[in-house]
Each structure stands twice: as structure tokens, then as C-alpha cells.
Design a binder for this molecule. Structure first.
Ligand code: HEM
Length: 184
């Protein structure tokens, strides 16, 4: 068993749960409307902005973390709908990042979400209100797989004694996002 397999199995129930989150499942509905789309983006912003700020500030940050952050894409996509991020609520219960294991557990969830994002992007392409600019979900396919590969290489360097902590951190990240996405 490698760490990626452990993370995948320990978070598989959380992944199923988050796909059923009412706010996120609305995103995949054929009846998605502009308000629901921008509402989901605003909620993603409220989670990614504080969490990515912590990832960037961490002494364990990956050297290419600046290229990995998705908050700027959220700001851009919200602006397409005339939404400013200034007044948006941000999540006060993002998971803690005080060790490299916790950082990698959090990153597994954020980086991995780009995989499902590409599927969501294909669905969103059919809606006029994204103006072809759903950049948070679209990302660049080739860059996403290169970043995912280099992230998996990072995972391999974590000592086995810290795997349980990384795994707990990934589960906490899913749970916090699910709870945040369920809020109003
Ligand atoms: C709601 C719609 C979602 C759909 C339809 C979806 C779909 C998918 C799909 C199809 C994959 C597999 C991609 C592949 O192996 O090529 C995947 C992987 C993954 N997704 Fe999601 N996803 C969704 C939401 C999320 C969210 C909100 C998160 C976390 C923020 C997330 C985290 C992950 C992770 C970590 C993986 C990688 C698992 C691994 O292979 O190790 N997903 N998702």
C-alpha cells in the first residue's frame, strides 16, 4: 500500500458524501441557473481563500505552491458574473496545517478536486452565463496532470509513520468542505 492508495481509500466515503452535497449536486443539474452557479463559486471562494493562504504561508509549502492556488481563478470567475469577493463570508473552520503530513493531506483533497472539476467543466460548457470562462473548474488539462504527478511524487517522500496523520487531515478537509458547502 502506498500513501496515495491509503488516502484514496480513507476518503472514498467522504468523496461519495460530498458528491451528494445539495449545493454541489445542483452544479451538475441540467437546470443549473446563473444564481446557483455563482453561489457555488462564492462558497468555494470562502473555503479556498483562507485555506490556500495557510498553504502558502506554511513552512512546509511546496516550492510551486503559487502556481497551484485556485483562489485567483475563483476571483476571475466571480467577476464574470459581476460578483466581488470583498464581502463574501469565509470559512472559520478550515483544517489546521501545522505539520508536513497535515499539509499533504489538505493538498491531496484540493489537488484531487481538479480531477472531478474537469467533468464539471464539460457540463458547465453548455451554459451561457459562464461565458466560456469557468476557469476554476476547467483548468488546463495537461498542467493539471503534470501538477498531480509531481504532487504524488511529494507524497512518496512522507515517512510511513506520518501517513495516518496525513490521512486524518484529508478526511478533515473533506468534512470541513462538506459542512461549509451545506451552510447558508
Ligand atoms: C461534485 C462533483 C464531483 C465529481 C463529479 C467528482 C468526480 C471525480 C472523478 C471522476 C474523479 C476521478 C478522476 C480520475 O481518476 O481520473 C475524482 C477524483 C477525486 N476527487 Fe472528485 N468529484 C467531485 C467533487 C469533488 C470535491 C468537491 C472534492 C474535494 C474538494 C473532490 C476530490 C477528489 C479527489 C481528492 C480525487 C482523487 C482521488 C484519487 O485518485 O486519489 N472531488 N473526482
Amino acid at each position: 500500500m502506498d500513501l496515495r492508495s491509503l488516502l484514496r481509500s480513507s476518503t472514498s466515503a467522504s468523496h461519495v458524501a460530498i458528491e451528494a452535497n445539495p449545493r454541489l449536486s445542483r452544479l451538475l443539474s441540467p437546470n443549473l441557473d446563473s444564481d446557483a452557479y455563482f453561489d457555488v463559486l462564492a462558497r468555494y471562494y470562502g473555503f479556498f481563500a483562507p485555506l490556500e493562504a495557510e498553504l502558502l504561508a506554511s513552512p512546509f509549502a511546496l516550492s510551486d505552491m503559487r502556481e497551484r492556488v485556485k483562489t485567483p481563478a475563483l476571483v476571475t470567475d466571480l467577476a464574470v458574473g459581476g460578483r466581488s469577493v470583498n464581502e463574501l463570508p469565509v470559512c472559520s473552520f478550515v483544517p489546521p496545517i501545522s505539520t508536513r503530513a497535515e499539509l499533504l493531506g489538505v493538498m491531496y483533497v484540493l489537488e484531487g478536486s481538479a480531477m472531478g472539476g474537469m467533468q464539471i467543466a464539460r457540463h458547465l460548457a453548455g451554459f451561457e452565463f459562464t461565458r466560456g470562462r469557468a476557469s476554476f473548474f476547467v483548468s488546463d488539462g495537461a498542467a493539471v496532470s503534470a501538477r498531480w504527478k509531481s504532487f504524488l511524487a511529494e507524497l512518496e517522500s512522507l515517512p510511513e509513520s506520518e501517513w495516518a496523520s496525513a490521512s486524518a487531515s484529508a478526511v478533515r478537509t473533506f468534512e470541513a468542505l462538506d459542512r461549509w458547502m451545506a451552510g447558508s
